[in-house]
Write a protein that binds this ligand. Structure first.
Ligand code: PLP
Length: 428
């Protein structure tokens, strides 16, 4: 039998070139060049490339309103501001997500209340929500993690029962669908990031989508003023304030909007390519002990694979071989297998230090929460098992097959690897 590369043998594969991403095309470059030639580098209202991008999201999602902004974080901030949170209002948020899902709640004088995730998917667990309800709970924010939709039927049913708003963070899941509808169409308001890693990218940018006129007007006012504010903020309640807005500038750059408009038109091609690659790889992993493809729950109609693909490690099937030894051995064979590195929110200093509070939050309210860092077993179970591979959008059947072979080689030698590790003979 061939020797493992980690133990001095020949690697099975020569590492492939990294995925080409973002997928900027000549057409995108043409659209950007045209803007620059015309000196079209800012808009006062919803015009030109910004309007085209907003129309693209509105039409694709069948939504009443779309607002392009300069980041996904701005879109989330605008969404929470849209909900009209009052000081001390609580928003239940997953403890495992990118930080921008929860942090802008502080800026709205609210309190993010962290909740556990499903140990198999890393996605907000509907069963855990009730434990976090208080009279101050106003909303739930959910992340469709790594392109896999949350269980929106159960989350929206819970929210309806308790009179809560639902915010969907769709930043990692452009184009995903569940329970018969696209993500972003289940809650009251949705935020999409257009940062360079996302399925649709402006480089830096974001989009907010809602059917709710009041949320939309408030979102417009947070980050827009004068023309856009006057055009779009027309209700009796807010019409007088559209001109000044509420103090921020969240306008997206027309160049970013042009890139994202082009990328949105290619979204289905990208998602189909990724689904072919990772559907193929997943079917191969199904037959290899020690590793399983990401769990696809029943409500999921369409996965929108994100910048990485995250199978799960099953140590029990390899005699308890530590996950870091396994990944090091697979990497040595030329398969770019890594593990997620971001800590969950409840282990970040911002959620752990009783002395820390954002300047905008009113202390004395007794609602600022401090986390020990060990309260969410679902988060820990997911992180302990999650593996990570890069996603290719163009079809690469040979590469997927080669990766599966590299992993299989390590699995075949798991016992030897385990013994060597137990004897202290491995650096990993
Ligand atoms: C990328 C991302 C964001 C924030 O996006 P920016 O555009 O970088 O501000 C928010 N939430 C999630 C889940 C993300 O992945």
């Amino acid at each position: 039998m061939t020797r493992l590369a980690l133990l001095g043998g020949e690697p099975l594969l020569t590492p492939a070139e990294r995925p080409k991403w973002p997928n900027i095309t000549e057409e995108d470059i043409g659209a950007v060049t045209a803007l620059l030639r015309r000196g079209e580098i800012t808009y006062n209202g919803s015009e030109g490339e910004v309007q085209a991008l907003e129309n693209g999201y509105r039409e694709r999602l069948g939504a009443a309103h779309a607002l392009a902004v300069n980041s996904g974080t701005s879109a989330l901030h605008s969404a929470f501001f849209g909900l009209d949170l009052r000081p001390g209002d609580e928003v239940i948020a997953p403890a495992y997500t990118f930080l921008a899902t929860a942090m802008p709640v502080f800026t709205c004088n609210g309190v993010p209340v962290l909740a556990d995730v499903d140990p198999d998917t890393g996605i907000l667990d509907p069963d855990g929500l009730a434990a976090h309800l208080t009279p101050r709970t106003k909303a739930v924010v959910v992340t469709h993690l790594m392109g896999f939709p949350a269980d929106m039927e159960r989350i929206t049913a819970f929210a309806r029962e308790h009179g809560l708003a639902v915010v969907e963070d769709c930043s990692q899941a452009h184009g995903a669908e569940c329970s018969g509808r696209p993500v972003g169409r289940h809650g009251d308001v949705a935020a999409f990031s257009l940062q360079a890693k996302k399925q649709v990218t402006a480089g830096e940018g974001g989009v907010l989508v809602t059917d709710d006129r009041r949320i939309y007007e408030r979102a417009v006012m947070l980050g827009h003023c004068i023309d856009r504010g006057e055009e779009d903020v027309t209700s009796d309640e807010y019409g007088a304030y559209g001109r000044t807005g509420f103090g921020l500038n969240y306008r997206i750059h027309p160049v970013g909007a042009a890139l994202a408009r082009g990328a949105l038109a290619r979204l289905d091609t990208v998602l189909t390519g990724r689904e072919r690659n990772y559907g193929r790889l997943g079917a191969l992993l199904d037959d290899i002990p020690g590793i399983t493809p990401p769990v696809r729950q029943r409500h999921v109609d369409r996965v929108a694979h994100y910048v990485s693909y995250q199978p799960l490690y099953v140590a029990e099937e390899l005699g308890g071989l530590p996950v870091d030894v396994f990944t090091a051995a697979v990497r040595a064979e030329g398969v770019p297998l890594t593990r997620p590195t971001s800590p969950p929110l409840h282990r970040e200093a911002a959620f752990r230090s009783p002395s820390w509070h954002p300047g905008t939050y009113h202390p004395g309210d007794n609602t600022y929460r401090v986390y020990r860092g060990d309260e969410f077993p679902g988060v820990d179970a997911y992180i302990a098992r999650a593996l990570r591979l890069p996603t290719y959008s163009d079809e690469r059947p040979d590469l997927m097959d080669a990766w599966a072979e590299g992993i299989r080689k390590v699995v075949t030698h798991a016992e030897e690897l385990r013994d060597r590790h137990a004897a202290g003979a491995l650096a990993a």
